[in-house]
Write a protein that binds this ligand. Structure first.
Ligand code: GDP
Ligand code: IMO
Ligand code: MG
Length: 421
């Protein structure tokens, strides 16, 4: 009886969606446990590309149930649009479920997100402006609205109370453009539109499934370095993106958590503000961005690019209890003569593998190792043993430094572009 976990070990966009889609046919249920439509998980099947924001990435497998867990925050407008898009692509959507305890993102949450960011000026988080922070604030502040409230007679009244509270709060912020009445009307239409989705008591659904021998994969969103407790605070998201978030985000006991698969790019990216020790602000960074098509799947913003960071990965492997690794986007390094690996940090003259309390102000010197590139197209390689020696050496070095086996290597956006050990 076990629920496996797949999550990102960096600052998000590690390629989680692609790997979940690949693995989904080995599971009965795929479940999102945190985050909301700040996520953008890309899945490429043949010539078709899909970006999922709220819906788990197992949705393309009709026999697999896809559960939006209680830890997720849901914007009905975005969810309704996602469902419309998938139906147009021919999906029946009979395999989607939602927790009664998932919180709702109101239009005024998005408005507050924008106003809060405007007030911060240069110190802004670089939020996706989807209302994530304000919605989780209302959840922990015990003011939120949940999916299970929709059919109660008091739903409109609860909505109006919360919304007017937000409007009072907005007076302390700089004014930002927001067509509230229009957004409110769209929101209530979307609430109607998603009303067909079966609502479940997530905690019973998940535990009953485990008891009856079903296999569940929890799909992380964002990345471990964006975790509210362990990420680069305050430049983080507002949920626990790490393994422990699975327990509270789905209602599963720690003893039922099985294998943890951590995803890392062969390099590193970050979108939004905040520290990024191995960031490349030069033509090398530009090259990674151009070759890796590193533009946000949710906001289209250019992603900041840098080299793979071993101390950072050791930290997230430790917190998540990672059992095995998947290295994605190896193909993006095909054209590089030299590939760098950040092996250690030196802080205040002392070499360390530990991340300091605050990466923002820290004066970190990075000790890089250089490895030769392979300079070969990986497109036609279908087996790990056929990788060029330099690519094999790069993967072996990552395994050696991180002390965790690499069981998957991804070398292209498509479902089939995956080497499995
Ligand atoms: P997620 O949020 O972790 O699911 O990742 P995103 O979808 O935001 O970003 C990953 C991007 O890289 C998407 O455009 C994927 O299609 C793409 N991708 C995933 N794996 C690979 C890979 O191995 N090689 C290449 N070239 N692209 C990949
Ligand atoms: P996936 O699941 C990358 C970043 C934002 C910002 C910070 C806070 O696709 O990997 P928020 O909207 O959550 O208040 O923004 O977190 N961020 C992501 N970066 N991938 C994501 O999701 C992200 N979700 C949020 O850019 O810096
Ligand atoms: Mg993404």
């Amino acid at each position: 009886m076990a629920l496996d976990v797949l999550l990102g070990l960096q600052w998000g966009d590690e390629g989680k969606g692609k790997i979940v889609d690949y693995l989904a046919n080995q599971y009965d249920i795929i479940a999102r446990f945190q985050g909301g439509p700040n996520a953008g998980h890309t899945i490429v099947i043949g010539s078709d590309k899909y970006v999922l924001h709220t819906i788990p990435s197992g949705i393309f497998r009709p026999d697999v149930q896809n559960l939006i867990g209680n830890g997720v925050v849901v914007d009905p407008i975005i969810l309704a649009k996602e469902i419309r898009g998938l139906r147009e692509a021919g999906l029946k959507m009979e395999n989607l479920l939602i927790s009664s305890k998932a919180h709702l993102i109101l239009p005024t949450h998005r408005w507050l997100d924008a106003a809060s960011e405007a007030a911060k000026g240069d110190a802004k988080i670089g939020s996706t402006l989807k209302g994530i922070g304000p919605t989780y604030m209302d959840k922990t502040g015990r003011n939120g609205l949940r999916i299970g409230d929709i059919n109660a007679g008091t739903f409109k009244e609860k909505y109006n109370n919360l919304s007017s509270k937000h409007q009072q709060l907005l007076e302390i912020y700089p004014s930002v453009d927001f067509k509230y009445e229009e957004e409110k009307a769209k929101w209530f239409e979307a609430i109607e539109e998603i009303s067909w989705i079966p609502v479940v008591d997530c905690q019973y659904y998940v535990n009953d499934a485990l008891k009856s021998g079903k296999k569940i994969l929890a799909e992380g969103a964002q990345g471990s370095m964006l975790d509210i407790d362990f990420g680069t605070y305050p430049y983080v998201t507002s949920s626990n993106t790490v393994t422990s978030g699975v327990c509270t985000g789905l209602g599963v006991a720690p003893k039922n958590v099985g294998k943890v698969l951590g995803i890392t790019k062969a390099y590193c990216t970050r979108v939004g503000s905040g520290p990024f020790p191995t960031e490349l602000n030069d033509e090398m960074g530009e090259k990674l961005r151009a070759l890796g098509k590193e533009f946000g799947a949710t906001t289209g913003r250019p992603r900041r690019c840098g080299w793979i960071d071993i101390p950072q990965l050791k930290y997230t492997i430790m917190i998540n209890g990672v059992d095995s690794l998947c290295v994605t986007k190896l193909d993006i390094l095909n054209e590089f003569d030299v590939i760098k690996i950040a092996k250690h940090y030196t802080i205040d003259g002392k070499q360390t593998d530990q991340l300091p309390y605050d990466l923002t102000g820290a004066d970190i010197k990075i000790d890089f190792d250089e490895m030769p590139g392979w300079k070969v197209d990986l497109e036609d390689i279908n087996d790990l043993s056929d990788l060029p020696q330099a690519a094999k050496d790069f993967i072996a070095e990552i395994e050696r430094l991180l002390e965790v086996p690499v069981n998957f290597v991804s070398k292209g956006p498509e479902r089939r572009n995956l080497l499995v050990r």
